[in-house]
Design a protein around this ligand. Structure first.
Ligand code: NDP
Length: 253
């Protein structure tokens, strides 16, 4: 464990698997107390046990953050139990692929609800706490990290709603960054390429096969590769704002 985030508190959404799980472990390894949220409580408990076995502090807050009240409760419980909030990692997401003409409208709405609206829920609730943390903490800075995607910079067929949400996350992040800069709250948007996680598992066998054809021949990133990028951004000295990171598998074109 190194100590660079000692005394700080991080909230990680989507901590039950993939990138969020790796990010929570990594931030805890740097001394942050971490609040873990997602819907699958057992996964969060297993992660918290692991963090605590390593000498860290973890708080399990199961929630569906697409629900405004649940998202607000997660932020409030984090501050009540852990005392403050220095780092918000908005990572929860889902990727529902399909041709537009064949996609249920419900899939598009669910994509917006989870990838964009839920991120706004946690951000809105966290803002006053982050501003306070930047003002009174020894590091003189607080952080929001929003996990978008390469699909937030390059739209692709069969990912209409997913791309719309991820472009939205990029725009939201940049506008927020400009507003919060004077208060020392940094906003970083991370845009991964293909990462080996459970994300693609929510799609039809046909769509999973199409993804396999697109990316199966290359070495995908590991969740830890993105966790490392997140940790890099939030461990810079207060004067350094890493605002955008595109992280791709070397072989991805
Ligand atoms: P996973 O499917 O492994 O993780 C997604 C996480 O989001 C899970 O912890 C899931 O938890 C959580 N989640 C989903 N819906 C909700 C909800 N309503 N409320 C709370 N939590 C929710 O995928 P990744 O780790 O790959 O995805 C993390 C982020 O990275 C996503 O935003 C994704 O778009 C982005 N990304 C991923 C890429 C990839 O190739 N894997 C590439 C580019 C970006 P639970 O089900 O327990 O609620």
């Amino acid at each position: 464990m190194d100590d660079v985030l000692r005394g700080t508190v991080a909230l990680v959404t989507g901590a039950s698997s993939g990138i969020g799980r790796a990010a929570a472990l990594t931030l805890a390894g740097k001394g942050a107390a971490v609040a873990l949220t997602a819907r699958r409580a057992e996964r969060l408990t297993e992660l918290a046990d692991r963090i605590e076995a390593g000498g860290g502090t973890a708080l399990v807050l199961p929630a569906d953050i697409a629900d405004e009240a649940e998202a607000a409760r997660v932020v409030e419980r984090t501050v009540e139990e852990l005392g403050r909030l220095d780092t918000l990692v908005n990572n929860a997401g889902l990727m529902l692929l399909g041709y537009a003409s064949e996609s249920p409208l419900a899939d598009w709405k669910r994509s917006v609800d989870v990838n964009l609206t839920a991120l706004m829920h946690t951000t809105h609730a966290a803002l006053p706490h982050l501003v306070r943390a930047a003002g009174d903490g020894p590091r003189k800075v607080a952080d929001i990290v929003n996990v978008s995607s390469l699909a937030g910079r390059r739209a692709v067929a069969t990912a209409t709603a997913y791309c719309a949400t991820k472009f939205g996350v990029v725009a939201f992040s940049e506008a927020l960054r400009q507003e919060l800069a004077p208060q020392h709250v940094r906003v970083c948007v991370v845009e991964p390429g293909a990462v080996d996680t459970e994300l693609r598992g929510h799609n039809s066998p046909e769509m999973q096969q199409a993804l396999e054809q697109m990316f199966g021949g290359i070495e995908r990133l590991e969740a830890q590769d993105i966790a490392d990028a997140i940790a890099y951004g939030v461990t810079r000295p207060w004067r350094v704002a890493v605002t955008e990171m595109v992280v791709l598998p070397t072989e991805q074109v």
